[in-house]
Structure formats: structure tokens, C-alpha cells
Ligand binder design. Sequence first.
Ligand code: MG
Length: 281
Amino acid sequence: MRIARLGEFEKERAAVIVSDSEAVFVDDVIGDWNRTALENGALERVRALDLSSRPKVKIADYRLGSPVARPTKVICVGLNYAQHAIETGATPPTEPVVFMKAPDTVIGGFDEIVVPPGSVKTDYEVEICVVIGKAALYLKSPADARDHILGYTISQDVSERHWQVERSGQWVKGKSFPSFNPMGPWIVTADSYDPTDVHLWCTVDGEERQNSRTSDMIFGIEHCVWYISQFMELKAGDVINTGTPQGVGMGFKPEKYILGGEIVETGIEGIGTIRSKVVNY
Ligand code: MG
């Protein structure tokens, strides 16, 4: 099943994608795709519906919002692709590098990325994003993570390298500017998707920048969910950006950042593509 939210910003309605061009609204049944609804069995209630008896709408007539509403946490795994760790000059980590970004960075997959005032080092990162379906705390093993994953979507983990790297302290400074987490176009539920070896890519104005496979991950998705659950409780609707492969702007010589005016396209095999225009604040 593909889960989406259609409509204007902060007025999105919960929907299910039923074909390449059509969706069915389910907000009358579950409210929104958010933490409370998921904790109250939203997925099971939608699965029990006869979607074919409900009116279909054209996806193209709507804005695609972030496919989960107001996640209470956005957790990120850093340096989680072997080739990316090498390009940044970092030693590949021996256990996952975990950091957080402000949850209200999350926007729809076709919304604009806003370069902060004065920034000359805003960068792009394609990532496969795990959406938590059921609370997870102190999981016993990575295999236990399966029961807690709602599905997968695409995150663009936009990063401002000057604030991230050159201004002391934690990466959160370079990761939390408004609009820095386009997400979408929808969540593919875990029962119909295997994320372990899929193609993921990012282009800027049509030029290929990132082109890799999730099989280059150092720590797999279930390992990351299990690991994070050892020191915080993951809640339904929380999202985990699981790391980016090589080809970020910081990895080129000379470096290739996004400055404003570009189109960033971000895709993952079996999920889809999101596309953001880059604008200046
Ligand atoms: Mg990242």
C-alpha cells in the first residue's frame, strides 16, 4: 500500500494511492497519517476498507504533502555509506553515528528548498527514510525491528556544511533550517518493499550527482532501528533518515553546492521521485 497526504500545506488530507494517477481520501476514517492515528490502528483500519467503493481523485490535481504529519522525531544516521564516508575524509564508523534535526524541517517532496541567508554551502543528500509504525524501545535484536516499521519513503536531508562542520559542536546546526527535509512522494508500506538493495540517486539541474545502491550501507536499516531503540523510544510516525551515499556537493573537488535557482531531483527505486526548486530566503 502507498500512503500519502494531499492538499495545501497544513491542510493536507490522509489518502491512499490506488494507481499511478489516482488516490482515495481516508481522512474521514482515520483523521491524519500522524502519531495518534497510527497508535490507534490507522493502518489496520484503512486496510479493512473497500477502497474501490470510495471516490477516486487525480493525484495531479493536488499538492503532495509530507506523507506523515508532524513527526515527533527526525533522527538521522550519518556516514552510513562506505563510499560516502571515504569522500568526506571520515573514518567509517564502528557503530552508527546518530544525530537529530528539527522535526518541522519536514515539507512535501515537491516544495521549495530555501537556502538560508548568506549560505554558500547548502548541500543535498538522497536518503531512504524509515517511518516507524509502532513504538520501539530496547529491541532485543535487529530482526525485531521489522514489526515496528510502517514503511519507507524518500528524504532529502538538506545540509548547510558551513554551520554543520565549521561552527563547532553538533551537526544539528547545519541540518535544521526551515525546508531542509523534503519528504515523499508517499510511504510504501513495509509488507510490499525490500529496501536492502535498491538504487537511489540525486540530480541537480539534470546532472547526476548521487547514484548508488542501499547495499553500500555500513549498517542496515533493521540494525539502525534496533540500535536507536537502545537509547530512545521510537514512536509511531517518527522518521529515520538512514544516511546518504557518495556524490554530495561537499565530496566534489571543487565542491558543488546548491546556491539557489536549481532543481534538485531525488529518487529511489520502487518508491518514486521527489523534485524541489531551490530558492533563496
Ligand atoms: Mg544525511
